[in-house]
Design a protein around this ligand. Structure first.
Ligand SMILES: [Zn+2]
Length: 146
């Protein structure tokens, strides 16, 4: 299996390299690996989780490198930096489509909820212009039902 087919919905290493270059950043092996991890493998991770992963793969990677790699990916729109009410940490989300979240309070796992699964009806007058709505639903998720 070649690398391009491993994560079919994800960017190739070459594409990530081009994005980093276009942002004026040297695309080191560490930055590329961190980018692929957060864009293709991890979901809803904190900078500490990314750093822990990086430490296992690249003993010399600095927290600053992890931070600025994540910030570049946020700036170019490949990653969203979320603040949700259950945690005071920033959560990096590789699903940049409009969506909501479900927090399993027993496991701490966050699941994406498609925005078409929840319907909002507001009675705000036209002086309120809504750009986005953040929703965090808390409960427990059964393994059997999706
Ligand atoms: Zn999400």
């Amino acid at each position: 299996m070649n690398e391009a087919n491993k994560y079919p919905s994800c960017l190739t290493t070459k594409e990530i390299e081009n994005i980093l270059k276009a942002s004026g950043v040297q695309s080191t092996a560490q930055r590329l690996a961190v980018s692929r991890y957060v864009l293709c493998e991890a979901s809803h991770c904190t900078v500490e989780e990314v750093k822990d992963w990086a430490d296992q793969n690249f003993p010399k990677i600095s927290l600053a490198t992890v931070y600025n790699t994540l910030n570049i990916l946020v700036e170019v729109g490949l990653l969203k930096a979320l603040k949700l009410s259950h945690s005071d940490k920033v959560i990096y989300d590789n699903n940049v489509d409009n969506h909501y979240h479900f927090l399993d309070e027993q496991t701490g796992e966050l699941s994406d909820i498609s925005s078409d699964k929840i319907d909002f009806k507001t009675s705000l007058n036209e002086s309120f212009k809504i750009n986005s709505i953040d929703v965090l639903i808390k409960g427990t998720k059964s393994i059997n039902k999706v």
